[in-house]
Write a protein that binds this ligand. Structure first.
Ligand code: NAP
Length: 195
């Protein structure tokens, strides 16, 4: 399995989970493969010939990394015949009292949500059988998420923090949605909700 974004918050949790699942993992750092570099992604990914690619890499606010990087990864997955699992976000929805389902129409209201939706569309254009996992807010134990650190600092009185009063989130543990467990390398519905 090839994992992009393996050094990140989610990648560190999923990397451990992959060992338990007996996958051989290749997780190149961004200094080795920048997903914005289409030629390099195509060349390197195809030379490794992975069975599955789990695409986590993203950079906050960097549309090229989020959208074009995802497109490049999807093109490479198609070119080398790997099953692609693309990690998206529930931020493609605006929020409502009842849970969303896979077939609900996306309508992002944040820049991040807009980019993640563009990324999903780019991925499906290049790789129609990709699995898209739309996960909710994640928390970690191997490494705390930024939101956990912010709450810690607020509780210790080191910084103020403002919370939403009009939304409920359903945080999931970062090792919980290990996408390849739920999604064996076989025929699967294209879009799945996690968390
Ligand atoms: N965390 C959450 O609560 C949450 C919730 C829903 C969805 N997601 C999605 O889950 C995925 C992973 O999120 P995360 O929280 O783990 O993010 P993160 O901690 O910020 O990690 C991002 C990873 O992407 C890599 N990266 C950034 N730019 C790159 C580039 N141009 N080329 C190659 N690699 C690059 C980073 O590598 P370096 O740092 O080494 O450069 C790092 O390994 C994202 O797609 C995010 O949208 C996260």
């Amino acid at each position: 399995m090839l994992m992009t974004g393996g050094s990140g918050f989610l990648g560190q949790h999923l990397g451990i989970a992959s060992e338990a699942d007996d996958w051989q993992l290749v997780a190149p750092p961004s200094t080795m493969i920048d997903i914005r570099n289409r030629e390099r992604v195509l060349e390197e990914f195809c030379s490794w010939r992975p069975t599955a690619i789990v695409h986590l890499a993203y950079r906050k606010g960097d549309r090229t990394a989020i959208v074009e990087g995802s497109r490049n990864v999807a093109e490479a997955a198609s070119a080398c015949g790997a099953r692609l699992v693309h990690v998206s976000s529930d931020a493609i929805f605006p929020g409502r009292p009842e849970p969303y389902r896979e077939y609900d129409a996306p309508f992002p209201i944040t820049d991040y949500g807009v980019m993640k939706l563009e990324a999903e569309r780019a991925v499906l254009a290049e790789c129609p059988d990709a699995v898209i996992v739309r996960t909710s807010l994640l928390y970690g134990t191997r490494r705390p998420a930024k939101i956990q650190l912010d709450v810690d600092r607020a509780i210790l009185g080191h910084q103020p923090m403002t919370f939403f009063t009009d939304e409920y989130r359903c945080p999931a543990h970062a090792a919980g949605p290990a996408p390849w467990r739920d999604v064996p390398i076989a025929e699967r519905p294209a879009i799945r909700r996690a968390g």
